[in-house]
Design a binder for this molecule. Structure first.
Ligand code: SF4
Length: 248
């Protein structure tokens, strides 16, 4: 049997990861995540944002708010069939309505319909509970646990995978838990740090380190081993980028 290659970046240190974070935070400021007026709204947003842009989620949340449904009791009183048309703008609305309903059932059963009591749960136990809810995967579970329940669970998403692999920290094809473990083995176990760290990665991934990256204006140009990478993963000659204006 061929041994699975080890995750890259074994020698990447806490110092490197914190320097990366500080650089982004300096540029973007604190992201103030997660967007959502209440922990309950954060949970709904984490489920609705699966496979869709946040702007679509905002429309669905606005529709729920307009109808007075952004709290547990009125929303839990609806069936999945009743919820579905209200969240149409978030895409996959029938599936997401069933997922919301499953989450609401869980929240009512385990926590009396309130998110705040989740904060008393042990992080790993809360994660297991959330993963047992139909339609809640690891990224959604960790997003809810971190952003709604203040649990130190590092969120891994497509932006994390892309940026960390371009920086040479990981290969990019590792399992979710392996990447999460890689970060948590190096970063201080700090809710506030995990919260903003993930947010900063998303900001960079949306604005600059896109599938077709804008390396010439990237804060990490000087240190990134994949600067100039193309959308197809190839890295052409770097002379032009090396001459590009670099951050001070
Ligand atoms: S230099 Fe390019 S590939 Fe590297 S992190 Fe920045 S945008 Fe991404």
């Amino acid at each position: 049997m061929v041994a699975r290659a080890r995750i890259r970046g074994a020698h990447t240190t806490r110092r490197t990861l914190l320097a990366f974070y500080r650089r982004l935070r300096q540029a973007h400021g604190h992201a103030g995540w997660w967007p959502g007026a209440t922990p309950f709204e954060v949970c709904l947003g984490a489920i609705l944002t699966q496979n869709t842009a946040w702007s679509n989620v905002e429309k669905a949340l606005a529709e729920l708010e307009r109808r007075g449904l952004l709290s547990f009791e009125p929303l839990a009183a609806l069936s999945a069939e009743q919820i579905a048309p209200l969240i149409r703008s978030a895409g996959y609305f029938n599936v997401k309505a069933r997922r919301l309903k499953a989450f609401l059932d869980f929240l009512g059963r385990e926590y009396g319909g309130r998110v705040e009591p989740m904060r008393a749960a042990e992080p790993a136990a809360l994660r297991r509970q959330l993963l047992a809810v139909n339609g809640i995967g690891r990224e959604t579970a960790d997003s809810i646990a971190l952003y709604a329940a203040d649990k130190p669970l590092f969120v891994v998403d497509a932006y994390t995978r892309r940026i960390a692999s371009r920086l040479g920290w990981i290969r990019g094809d590792e399992d979710y838990d392996e990447i999460q473990g890689w970060f948590t083995a190096r970063l201080p176990r700090d809710v506030e740090l995990y919260n903003d760290y993930h947010a900063q990665i998303v900001l960079l991934g949306k604005s600059v380190c896109r599938p077709r990256p804008r390396c010439a204006v990237c804060l990490l140009l000087r240190v990134c081993p994949r600067r100039g990478v193309r959308a197809d993963g190839r890295v052409p000659g770097r002379a032009r980028l090396d001459r590009a204006k670099r951050p001070a």
